[in-house]
Design a protein around this ligand. Structure first.
Ligand SMILES: Nc1ncnc2c1ncn2[C@@H]1O[C@H](COP(=O)(O)OP(=O)(O)OP(=O)(O)O)[C@@H](O)[C@H]1O
Ligand SMILES: [Mg+2]
Length: 414
């Protein structure tokens, strides 16, 4: 049973809800429209976080504004229990009802009746509306229906505001991580450049000395070690430069499934040795795309090696490739049933030199990250400690892919 006034008010509230207004503006509107509709003297809305057991005042109108700052803590657990039962709580004996806070003050202000309505969505309580009246009276059926509908609108608004807040903090976290990695990249590039030149000198002189050292002389073995270790340092520097996105990839048109297969064939022995079952689901629909095949192969080898190391013996590693849901990207997922990554390490694994292995350099994923970024793609991870890990690599498909290059032989044949 809805009157035109009732409908007008509800349309107003719903429009504000869909216009993605600021939550406090929307809750102010709910407090005002409820006050007007019920001919009350005022109302205010509180946000309740059951898990954290906190209450926050968020919107008010009329008398509600007077009480707003005073109810930062309320006897919400009593009211919550009532509202859990889906009841609209009507208090007519303001002075003597244990559920009322600041009773004497309210009485002096002229409050003779208060109504509490819970903002509940799918049995989750997001908040509460408190409405104040100058005299006790009965609520009509229409007024009750109105309150129920307004409470649902308010609960939806609170829920979507919370979801937005969660998304924003996730986004902020990712942005911070990306910024941190790019700062590390710049630092790594600086250090790598500085070390590269003296290292080249050491390698040159030690190699020359090694050539001149007599076969059975005392220096040969030491010089071999110097040359070997210097080369190892050179490899690390090269990895750092890769991570820091120095040097653009040499892209060519390839099918990413072929690159994946090549990486798998390189590691075939490792799979066999560790009795690891490999499950492949490579989509035949994937179009060729423009990537540096060597660099992408390195990414797949690094991620697969980590998976092998995590699984150790008799686990399962899965590789899946498919077209992204937008049709503009290719998605490659590499999953394992290994040890998983503890929550506190998840944000660190792409940083250079982060490793939990006694013999790891901690550059595998840092380099992979740099390479995928250079390709305009993304790499991210999901993991459950004790259950396994899944890396997802997304590579963009360019809008227009140039046709495959055709090699023309000097005699004109192909
Ligand atoms: N699939 C995985 N399962 C569990 N932990 C993983 C996995 N992949 C990466 N990690 C964690 O991330 C860390 C960083 O990996 P990354 O490949 O960068 O370095 P690393 O494997 O330790 O050394 P290397 O430079 O030799 O690759 C690892 O030490 C490990 O703790
Ligand atoms: Mg590794």
């Amino acid at each position: 049973m809805y009157t035109s006034k009732n409908i007008e008010t509800l349309v107003d509230v719903r429009t504000a809800l869909h216009a993605s207004s600021h939550l406090s503006d929307l809750l102010d509107l709910i407090a005002r429209r409820t006050t007007e509709f019920l001919n009350a003297k005022g109302a205010f809305v509180q946000l309740i976080d059951i898990e954290k057991d906190t209450v926050e005042c968020a919107g008010a109108h009329g008398w509600g504004e007077r009480y707003l700052p005073k109810w930062s803590i309320c006897k919400h657990e009593i009211i919550r229990n009532q509202c859990r039962l889906g009841k609209i709580l009507i208090i007519t004996d303001i002075l003597n009802d244990a559920r009322v806070q600041n009773a004497a003050e309210m009485w002096d202000d002229g409050v003779r009746m208060a109504i509490f309505v819970c903002l509940t969505l799918q049995s989750h309580i997001g908040g509460i509306i408190r409405i104040f009246f100058p005299e006790a009276r009965k609520l009509s059926q229409e007024e009750r229906s109105f309150l129920v509908t307004v409470a649902t609108c308010g609960a939806c608004a609170i829920e979507s505001a919370r979801l937005l807040e969660n998304q924003k903090s996730l986004y902020d976290h990712l942005a911070l991580q990306t910024e941190k990695l790019s700062a590390l990249g710049r630092m790594a590039a600086g250090i790598a450049h500085e070390i590269n030149n003296p290292l080249a000198g050491i390698l040159l002189y030690s190699t020359n000395l090694l050539k001149k050292a007599s076969k059975d002389g005392p220096f040969k073995e030491a010089l071999e070690i110097i040359v070997h270790e210097t080369k190892r340092c050179g490899d690390i520097i090269q990895d750092l430069l890769d991570f820091s996105r120095e040097g653009e990839p040499k892209k060519a048109l390839v099918n990413i499934n072929d690159v994946t297969e090549k990486a798998v064939s390189i590691l075939e022995n490792e799979f066999r040795l560790h009795h690891i079952k490999l499950e492949k689901q490579l989509s035949p629909e994937l179009p060729d795309t423009y990537v540096d095949a060597n660099q992408m192969e390195q990414v797949f080898v690094d991620v697969l090696l980590n998976a092998i190391e995590a699984v150790q013996e008799r686990g399962v590693i899965t590789i899946e490739s498919r077209l992204g849901s937008d049709g503009k990207s290719e998605v490659i997922k590499i999953g394992d049933t290994g040890c998983g990554i503890p929550q506190e390490n998840l944000a660190k694994i792409f940083e250079p030199f982060f490793s939990t292995k006694s013999n790891g350099t901690g550059l595998g994923l840092a380099v992979s990250y740099g390479i995928v970024q250079k390709h305009g793609g993304n790499i991210h991870v999901a993991s459950q400690p004790g259950q396994g890990t899944c890396f997802t690599i997304e590579l963009p498909i360019p809008d227009s892919i140039p046709s495959k290059e055709v090699t023309t032989h000097p005699n004109g044949s192909h």
